[in-house]
Design a binder for this molecule. Structure first.
Ligand SMILES: Cc1ncc(COP(=O)(O)O)c(C=O)c1O
Length: 267
């Protein structure tokens, strides 16, 4: 109740979780910030066990899937404050087949901008996502795949992905602070860009600057690197996926395939 919990979504390829430690670290941090003690379940061994069982029973040990795990404050009489000490957190998990949106990636998607009306702890991956739901719905109603949120004139992130933009030979994105989710994909993409000698500047850009971006792309667990080719019905750059975005996607995909390549074996 009350959106009082945190969640994680892992990409799974051939039964292997992508970047398991980074997702676990973000989950542990979120639980600490919310003061939910779920060490019995939110630890690497237990998550591996849950993943193993779900992926096996759901027939998802081959190909692409996602693993969703949510930890909420637990079952207790409904009061607004925390329940009595010792209340067991509730854990829910599911695994689903996933098909990466390759056709969309080839042509790129549209985005709109919306006011960022969220609270001031967007760095915690809480299940309290109504502003994101409304933002994504507004995008869908206008035939767009994402809503880019704008706070005080500055672009923060999308409803379900981080946003990066190419200006000349530099990629810019909002810095890690309380206004955005520290996306795992964002972190990996920045590392890959730097390996490719592409400059990354974690300095936010305004909505006005966004209009002059040469390329814009999303970074997220189910988006990978996704080109945005129109914003508010205006073309971005040439209006087609740009070369930096394509290069980063190719390198990112190769990285996923490499890190999830080992053949899956049951413990
Ligand atoms: C608001 C928001 N920002 C960014 C992201 C991207 O994070 P990640 O790359 O860890 O999936 C998500 C993912 O769900 C999100 O909901």
């Amino acid at each position: 109740m009350f959106g009082d919990g945190v969640y994680e979504v892992w990409r799974v390829v051939n039964g292997r979780l992508f970047e398991p430690e980074r997702h676990l670290a973000r989950l542990e941090r979120g639980l600490r910030e919310l003061r939910i003690d779920a060490r019995d379940v939110a630890n690497g061994d237990e998550i591996d066990r849950i993943a193993e069982r779900l992926l096996t029973e759901d027939g998802l040990l081959e190909g692409e899937a996602t693993l969703y795990l949510e930890v909420t404050r637990g079952a207790a009489p409904r009061t607004h404050q925390f329940p009595p000490a010792g209340t067991m957190p509730t854990v829910y998990a599911m695994a689903n087949r996933f098909a990466p949106p390759e056709e969309l990636r080839a042509r790129g998607g549209a985005a709109i901008t919306v006011p960022d009306i969220r609270w001031l702890r967007c760095d915690i991956k809480t299940i309290q996502l109504l502003p994101n739901v409304f933002a994504k719905e507004a995008a869908a109603e206008r035939g767009a795949i994402e809503a880019l949120m704008v706070r005080d004139g500055v672009v923060t992130e999308g409803s379900h992905a981080n946003v990066l933009a190419v200006f000349g030979d530099v990629i810019r994105t909002h810095p890690l602070d309380h206004l955005i989710l520290p996306g795992i994909t964002r972190a990996v993409v920045i590392e890959i860009a730097r390996e490719l000698d592409i400059r990354v500047d974690e300095t936010a850009f305004t909505e006005e600057e966004l209009r002059r971006a040469d390329e814009i792309f999303l970074a997220g667990t189910t988006s990978d690197v996704m080109p945005i080719v129109r914003v508010n019905d205006r073309p971005v750059g040439a209006g087609v996926p740009g070369p930096v975005t394509k290069r980063l996607f190719d390198a990112f995909r190769a990285h996923i395939d490499r890190s999830c390549a080992a053949v899956h074996t049951s413990p």
